[in-house]
Design a protein around this ligand. Structure first.
Ligand code: PLP
Length: 480
């Protein structure tokens, strides 16, 4: 049980929820900030992850009376802080998780303080988001004037891209009549992320209307197979409308030949969307830029700032080349949101005209501060270094006869396995590594076989982390 609120604080409740004692709050706030800065500064000394011990601290009944904030904060410090997912840590290499920065953390605090609703209206936070969208367009090579939104993540950004493509193909009727019987079919690689079929499902088109095109040995969508599939669907009376290219596949980091896909889409009159969840950031790295330059030819691009952009969760982004298409897909005409020539309700479009969210937080501040403070050159160096580390790890895997590299390393993901162990034993080894607390890789399947998967996304990961990883794997495998 938490101690009850002091009478002083309880009395203040009659004047709203601000504290009666700002001095006390200020001191506690400074302590929170100090604690989090200490936490960030000491990351390497702690475990990447540790299992939360059994505790009923987060299984309490709904509190009728409040508790002192210091006591509530103590629960956070004791029960939450040590048991987070671990993606801040340089040894975290699982899934595709960004490391965040202290700058982003401070921006989150400022945005929280401002509590702006960024669905629309005439205020500076909207201008910050517009600035971020213009910077994002410049980053991926879309024209200035492209529209866009910050959203939770690439899953939702891909869904928005698909909905814009659907409306652009079917016209206004699809928003009033629905899409039953439209015959729309879309195409992506077998290596595409699971959020693409999910977007087809949520858009009412169904996952069966998504053709999963085979990939070549580099993991790229096979263009001739794509062209043949489009022809087959047209011959069957269906209506191809969308190709989703991937810049950085989730399993292996493969990058589709985006320029070739763009050419197919132009020739066939199809919408070209790129899922660049993390790979879009390769555009900032001089030696990798060429791999993703075809993004500039896309009709829409989805990616995350919270992955390789190192912005704290969550910060996804959707960009649409022609703003009219995005407006056509989402804008509504509600009296309570009517725009005015002046006053707070001035301005058009508002973010709520460009996507499904009306109330939206000030996500843009942490993105703006990250880009403004570090600049694209420094963020590009992080991307470059992650890929150099991935190549270093892949070379070590190839030099070790007990290990097997399972896929080419295009960007920052290395998939391998202990050759002598079966799938279950390789998976158990990954879980054991996570529990040891020095490294947190994850698993996936490559060509039907279980892979130990290391995605190097974190700006804090270094040569030491890569060089200590395989000895740890081999020790757990009982080989060294
Ligand atoms: C290629 C790709 N697309 C989409 C996603 C989904 O992104 P989010 O988790 O931000 O929704 C991911 C996540 O790792 C991804 O790697």
């Amino acid at each position: 049980m938490l101690p009850m609120q002091t009478p002083q604080n309880a009395a203040a409740a009659t004047d709203g929820l601000d504290p009666a004692d700002w001095t006390g709050l200020r001191a506690l706030g400074h302590r929170m900030l100090d604690d989090m800065i200490d936490h960030l500064a000491g990351l390497r000394d702690g475990p990447v992850w540790q299992k939360r011990p059994a505790s009923d601290a987060l299984e309490q009944p709904l509190p009728r009376e409040g508790a002192d904030l210091a006591a509530v904060y103590e629960v956070f410090r004791r029960e939450v802080l040590p048991y987070s997912v671990g993606n801040l840590h340089p040894g975290f290499m699982g899934w595709v998780h960004g490391g965040g920065t202290a700058v982003g953390m401070l921006a989150e605090m400022l945005a929280g303080g401002l509590n702006a609703n960024c669905g629309g209206r005439d205020h500076a936070p909207i201008a910050v988001e517009q600035q971020v969208i213009a910077w994002a367009a410049a980053m991926v090579g879309l024209p200035q004037g492209a529209s866009g939104l910050l959203v939770t993540g690439t899953s939702i950004a891909n869904l928005i891209g698909l909905l814009v493509a659907r409306r652009a193909t079917l016209g206004p009727g699809c928003r009033t009549d629905g899409v039953g019987g439209s015959g729309l079919v879309a195409y992506t690689s077998v290596a595409a992320h699971g959020c693409i079929p999910q977007a087809m499902d949520m858009a009412g088109l169904g996952t069966d209307a998504l053709r999963l095109i085979e990939a070549d040995v580099q993991g790229r969508m096979a263009t001739p197979t794509l062209v043949a599939a489009i022809a087959r669907d047209r011959a069957a009376g269906l209506r191809p409308f969308l190709v989703v290219g991937t810049a950085g596949s989730v399993d292996t980091g493969a990058v589709d030949d985006l320029t070739a896909l763009a050419a197919v889409c132009r020739a066939e009159g199809l919408w070209f969307h790129v899922d660049g969840a993390f790979g879009a950031f390769a555009a900032l790295a001089p030696s990798l830029r060429g791999l993703v330059q075809g993004m500039a030819e896309a009709d829409s691009v989805a990616f995350d700032f919270h992955k390789w952009g190192q912005v704290p969760y969550d910060a996804g982004c959707i960009l649409v080349r022609d703003p009219q298409h995005q407006l056509d897909a989402f804008a509504q005409n509600n009296a309570y949101l009517r725009r005015q020539a002046s006053g707070l309700a001035h301005g058009y479009p508002w973010p709520c005209d460009l996507g499904p969210d009306l109330s939206r937080g000030f996500r843009a501040l942490k993105v703006w501060m990250t880009l403004a403070n570090f600049g694209t050159a420094r963020l590009g160096e992080v991307v470059e270094r992650c890929c150099t580390l991935a190549r270093r790890l892949a070379a070590q895997v190839m030099a070790e006869p007990l290990l097997e590299l399972l896929a080419p390393v295009t960007l920052n993901i290395v998939c391998f396995r202990v050759a002598a162990l079966d799938d279950a034993a390789n998976a158990a080894l990954v879980a054991a590594m996570q529990e040891q607390g020095r490294f947190a890789p994850s698993t996936t399947r490559v060509a039907g076989r279980l892979a130990i998967r290391c995605a190097i996304v974190n700006h804090r990961s270094s040569e030491i982390d890569v060089d200590e990883l395989l000895p740890a794997v081999l020790r757990l495998a009982g080989n060294k």
